[in-house]
Design a binder for this molecule. Sequence first.
Ligand code: ARG
Length: 477
Amino acid sequence: MTQQTDGATRLWGGRFTGGPAEALARLSVSVQFDWRLAPYDLAASRAHARVLARAGLLDADELGRILAALDDLESACAAGEFRPSVDDEDVHTALERGLLERLGALGGKLRAGRSRNDQVATDLRLYLRERVRGLAGRLAELASALADQAGRHIDTPAPGFTHLQPAQPISFGHQLLAHVQALLRDLDRLRDWDKRAAVSPLGAGALAGSSLPLDPAQVAKELGFDSPAANSIDAVADRDFAAEFLFVAALVGVHLSRLGEEVVIWTTPQFGWVELDDAFATGSSIMPQKKNPDIAELARGKSGRLIGHVAGTLAMLKGLPLAYDRDLQEDKEPVFDAVDTLELVLPAMTGMIATMRVDEERMALDAPRGYTLATEVAEWLVRRGVPFREAHEITGKLVVICTARDCALDEVTDEDLASVSPHLTPDVRSVLSVAGALAARMTPGSTGPGPVSDQLATAAGRIDRWREWAGENVVPR
Ligand code: ARG
């Protein structure tokens, strides 16, 4: 530390005659957002202090006093008694000031063998590894709310859509479980991310490692990482873990947006399939009749910023020469905002899904509308030896007649059927029921009650295992 003539604590300045210009200081400061890394910086400092002691660079008394001061500083931070000051450039500077206030010159020994470059990369990995488990827990809760609703609607028929046009009857539970599958993949991605994030940069120093006999493997172990970085330059330059996390967060955002969009559609009076609980819907300041799906819309809207964070971070990284560049300071706000955004959206979506009421009757009435059983007719013909091409043609003609008569497929007369094709005997009516169409779908992964129940059981088991993973403590503190 250099105690400058302007009174500020700075981690640099020996070769500088004056303090920084106001404009530089304002541009440079990051403590207003990186302060949330304080607990992780302190954890890394404890591990570093022990390694310095093992290297003979701190005696037992010095180590004890440093660890006690770090504990004291941590409590003071948690209690809000120690806060960064306007002059603290970043979280590392603020905490070193806190240590110097407690220990005097001894506090300055801790910086040996490390740099803010390896520190900040370590802190951000520790922070994210911990928060990712929290997000995984919230994703599992949403998946669980969807699965619970799906369990109530395994046998609830609804029209399935392609192009948002009625396509074929489906089980509404099957539709909800489709969203669960996307969330399970997100959870998988987070776990996969964690494998690569579990690498410790500490020991890389500024970029070249250290001439001091440090023990990066030991530090890595103490901080819950799987291994130390293999290359000190990469250790301080790499932000793949931030970019990858932001991609996963953006994809989660996209999944929430697609679910949100469906809820918006289902809750329109025109659909009337779903009514949101009052606690998870909003009203209009002017139209007294309105009940708006704001949670679903905000989930949809906030996916935009999550997508922006991936693009912004990749653009920030793309031209950077190795190793550390100050541009890298820009990695933190997108990461923090992505975490905060998902922490806000996920519980709200979970509550909305868990409490929504489904109008099964309305949905069942809609299930055959738009001739969603036409494929059943075509496949019935195929089972009787008619080539599919011809069966498709015949069924199309039947739809034309129904459209002209404004009636359903099973409401035409036997004569009408015969007039379309001699293959269309009155027996065809046996496949013209929604329940029959669903029951006929027995292959794994399809929308019949059997496969949907199987899918639900498998998904529920996976959700439970993700809950366990989410609850694991990854950062020993
Ligand atoms: N606040 C900086 C960041 O977030 C810490 C590292 C500063 N390193 C440096 N060489 N100036 O990246």
